[in-house]
Design a protein around this ligand. Sequence first.
Ligand code: FAD
Length: 507
Amino acid sequence: MAVNQRVPIEQVLIVGGGSAGWMTAAALAQTLGPACRITLVESEEIGTVGVGEATIPPIRHFNQRLGIDEATFVRETGGSYKLGIEFVDWGRLGHSYFHPFGQHGAEFDTVPFYHYWMREHLAGRIAGPIDDFSMGWAMARAGKFAHPSPDRRMIQSTYDYAYHFDAVLYARFLRGYAEARGVKRVEGKVVDVALDGASGDIRSVTLDDGRVLEAELFIDCSGFRGLLIEGALEAGYENWQHWLPCDRAVAAPSLRQAGIAPYTRSTARTAGWQWRIPLQHRTGNGYVHCNAFIGEQEAHDTLVDSLGDELAGDPRLLRFVTGRRRAFWHRNCVAIGLSAGFMEPLESTSLHLIQYGILRLLALFPDKAMSPLLAREYNAQTAVEYERIRDFLILHYKATERDDAELWRYCAAMPVPDSLQYKIDHFREFGVLVADERELFNNPSWIAVYLGQGIVPERAPAMATMRSHVPVAERMQSIAGAMQDAVAAMPSHSQFIEQHCRSAAAA
Ligand code: FAD
């Protein structure tokens, strides 16, 4: 009997056709092949959340895995390149810093660059911010873009990149990819979910026209509502609003700008923060805010007024509750995308969580026996990933000197998770970074946010102070010179796009 149950899954049903649904459909179709029938049901009437435009570098691996050509992808999605995020007014009003993808400086000794930078900075021998040693920021500031060099001896190998793109066009692009590989799309609204009386597993869903869709494995990509994982299976939700209090966003596209900036801008406002994401055919904007500190209409007006009269579409309000599902995989259902949880888009992590949800599911793919052991591992890994990202986001709110508004006073005073406090304490006291190998955001990201938001170590890391014979000033000077030369030789971001991946939508 047990042997019989080790039978491969033959039918998967994905409920939802937003970015999560079509990313999942594309990856499953490519990996599972024709042995497994994959159906995706979505409702045009309900629609998708329609935002989600900024990403982080691992998205490139997802596309590469699917065999998608980069230039085609950027062209089809109206995309642009992203070197990092500029944070304006976060640590204090009138101050900004850059969170780059890639490192600061370049290694010239066994001791990391930032240890020496810290030593020099604390000794008063360097006046400027660590951003001055970021290739990503040097390029972003100059509006330049070129692919990084694979040669690790070159300064051009020290930055990394991701994309901005139109999430609706991305889902459409992946739909074409998935359908070409056999995924069947069904238009319809799920109105009922039938559970197996004995096991409690999902047996089928029923559509509004009476059709019944059966499967062995169900992927819930139904968005915030979590139609299967919560609506039918009641997995539960862990609420993180006390740490990340924003619960609304008003989003409004504006006309595209003349030069397309190769980075996202995040500007802290009185009751939240505003994003600016440049695409080829428009600029994405939004005000993520906390309803306890600003009304919806005032948030709307704040955003629209900041854009002048350049709107390229109607503003839309989105409501959310920050947190995560208590179980992402429950019985024969796996929640991927907004149905699994949500953290605000401050560091562009949602599409990444979708990507890793899919890859993790493929790595632990069940058979018809649907062992709870697999679900347990999936849930454990995913929970850690959510919590690591959560801590990094909380740092942005906690580390602020702003006291001009209620939100910032609340955040500066709030207790943070022990896991984050532990990291902050190490950095503040010793200049040491605490990370485990599962950390999505690595050392340069933490350094950028700590220093950018005013957490400066009391002393330089010990090794840097011991190695006084290393010609640090000389090395730093040559790094700065190499950066300057490299940036000067690069095309502008707009030229790069024009040459390699101009979108028809931009015309
Ligand atoms: P949705 O897009 O909501 O799709 C849900 C799907 O389920 C739809 O197709 C819908 O029709 C279908 N559906 C629902 N109910 C039914 C039903 N009863 N029957 C049939 N079908 C149904 N992420 C990033 O990575 N970067 C960003 O910059 C970013 N910015 C964001 C800004 C905001 C304000 C918000 C709210 C999110 C942002 N995100 C961002 C997150 C990102 O938008 C989502 O992670 C991503 O779009 C995936 O959404 P989804 O597919 O899970 O849900």
